[in-house]
Design a protein around this ligand. Structure first.
Ligand SMILES: [Zn+2]
Length: 247
């Protein structure tokens, strides 16, 4: 559905990094599969310091990355009814059905890379029965443990997703990515540090014009243009979200 459409928010920001193109890049195609809209969402929740009155319709999307014999999904959306009640969601198509409508049977997905454990990114990990699922090791450890202890933070985390995640691990279908700048699949590297959640990650997809898929680590180009952090694990993490200012 709506391939090649850039995602506005809960996910995304494709940034061309052509200066870093390798000599023989893997050939991946990248499509955004839009599966819902969250209308009139307050911008202030996405761009710290934005005016209170500004709102936008959020395009909910997952990213489909194909090449090198792989069918990779970056994030999985959501499907549980409780979230439809908590948020206004329009134009909804369950993410696996949205993928099918784009010509990709969900059972052909070989790998799912989860940017972070929030409900609208990890809520569809049970929809792709053959996929190996990748998540940061520290994200897995925190949200299956300390997040639910006194002093822990689990806002936006669905306990049912965590149960699925643990089950995937015991089934041998989970892979834990250990830290920053790790190649998890050929030409696909994971990066950490933005701290949208405890250990959120984003990916760079190699190609003639490499692309960064930022997910909620950077919602909008406006985050980059205004040098304004997106939502972070704690307010103290905003500096980490922005990173050092380049010369
Ligand atoms: Zn998030």
């Amino acid at each position: 559905m709506i391939p090649a459409r850039r995602r506005l928010l809960t996910v995304l920001a494709g940034v061309s990094l052509s200066a870093f193109a390798p000599s023989a890049p893997p050939s991946y195609s990248i499509d955004a599969i839009r599966y819902a809209t969250v209308p009139q969402f307050p911008l202030r929740a996405l761009v710290m310091g934005a005016p209170e009155s500004e709102k936008l319709d959020i395009a909910m999307a997952v990213w489909l990355i194909r090449g090198s014999g792989k069918v990779i999904l970056f994030d999985t959306g959501f499907h549980r009814e409780k979230w439809m009640k908590q948020f206004t969601v329009t134009d909804y198509v369950r993410p696996d059905e949205a993928l099918r409508a784009a010509g990709v049977p969900p059972e052909t997905v070989t790998d799912v890379v989860i940017s972070h454990a929030h409900w609208d990114h990890m809520g569809g990990i049970d929809l792709f029965p053959q996929a190996t699922v990748w998540i940061q090791k520290d994200e897995f450890a925190y949200y299956t443990g300390a997040a639910w202890q006194p002093g822990g933070r689990h806002g936006g985390i669905d306990p049912e997703d965590i149960a699925v995640l643990v089950h995937l691990n015991t089934e041998g279908r989970l892979r834990l990515v250990d830290g920053d700048d790790v190649e998890i699949l050929p030409g696909l590297r994971a990066y950490t540090g933005a701290r949208h959640t405890f250990a959120s990650q984003y990916v760079r997809v190699d190609g003639e014009a490499p692309v960064v898929l930022a997910s909620d680590n950077c919602y909008l180009y406006r985050n980059l243009e205004a040098r304004a952090a997106s939502a972070t694990f704690t307010p103290e993490d905003r500096d980490a979200n922005l990173g050092p200012r380049s010369a």
